[in-house]
Design a protein around this ligand. Sequence first.
Ligand code: SAH
Length: 198
Amino acid sequence: MTWLTWPLVGAIIWFAGLALWIAIRWVPNRRARRAKITVHSRKPIERFSMIVSWMGLGGFPLIWIATGWPSALDHATHPLIILIGTVIFIVSLRLFRLTHKALGAMWSHSLDLRENHKLVSHGIYERVRHPMYTAFWLWALAQPFLLSNWLAGLSGIVGFGTLYFLRIGQEERMMEERFGEQYRDYCKRTKRIIPGIY
Ligand code: SAH
């Protein structure tokens, strides 16, 4: 089976991860759409960062898998590297599942508040304030292990990093405006994305 190379195995696992992620989101996405959005905090910069993020976590990897471009940036890999990437991606998907379970209809892919929006601070949200962003960081981190191309591999960190740093302050301000003291208390108890650290 000379056609089944390690770079190809890595790409297949990354693609399977993407497919699983879509499956994990499918039902919560349909449910959340039924809860009316009452506050939109989507500024032009938010749209820009969503595009950059999706190019990094999906666009460049898919272009590389489909066409091989930019093959000049391909590099060698090792089964152990693929294994590390796989483990990180599995942890990320598990975390996505837990965040959707806790957030339920309060979830949105952008900065919105829904009708009767409630502050979620149970489940995985007891540990950190932004577990879904932790999950995206883990995905971005798994990507260079799984994709043996410098552009396709590293674009996720740059892409999601852009979204994260442009959005996080704004999201917390939006939550604080809505929930006031309750959110400030919650912030005192929790860190952003790494329990006890950051
Ligand atoms: N930052 C969170 C959620 C991402 S989804 C995480 O990483 O897990 C983004 C939407 O979730 C925002 O529009 C906001 O309305 C909502 N949100 C964020 N934190 C929330 C919380 N603790 N409780 C309820 N809704 C929350």
